[in-house]
Design a protein around this ligand. Structure first.
Ligand code: 4NP
Length: 150
């Protein structure tokens, strides 16, 4: 069993898209019993809020529901609970390292670093560009799954 926590700032846009997209990929690959997937934010700003409507719409366009998901902040306990904690931006990695008190087990990663085009996934909450965010998240999730289940 591989436990994965996707992380962004608010946990209402990027990391929920990654959580539900990745879960959909593993279900379609018949690998659902091999993964536990969740998401959280580095900030408490959006605590308890549902997935932001444009992110929910991107998931729905692909037949994926995120019903029931509400935002939560990641905690130090997540570092022990999950095998991989995957942020969207370098900035998140710094915040994650601070929350976790370092990264002694090498569990903290950035999603696009699994692809041939490493980099940050810009915040669609600010850019309004949910199409680009979705495409990058999908590329990252596919590359991650290819690495974990070749
Ligand atoms: P996310 O986007 O990190 O992709 O969930 C954001 C959502 C809300 C805020 C920032 C980023 N905010 O400041 O409220």
């Amino acid at each position: 069993m591989t436990r994965i926590l996707f992380v962004c700032l608010g946990n209402i846009c990027r990391s929920p898209m990654a959580e539900f997209l990745f879960r959909d990929l593993v279900e379609k690959a018949g690998l659902a019993d091999r993964f536990e997937v969740a998401s959280a934010g580095t900030s408490s700003e959006e605590y308890g809020n549902p997935v932001y409507p444009p992110a929910r719409r991107k998931l729905a366009e692909h037949g994926i529901s995120c019903a029931g998901k509400t935002a939560r902040q990641m905690t130090r306990a997540d570092y022990d609970r999950y095998d991989l904690l995957i942020g969207m931006e370098q900035y998140h990695l710094s915040a994650m390292r601070r929350i976790c008190g370092g990264d002694p087990a090498g569990k903290l990663h950035r999603l696009l670093d699994y692809t041939a085009r490493p980099g940050d996934i810009d915040d669609p909450w600010y850019t309004g560009d949910f199409d680009t965010a979705w495409n990058e998240i999908e590329a990252g999730c596919r590359a991650l799954l290819a690495q974990l289940a070749p």
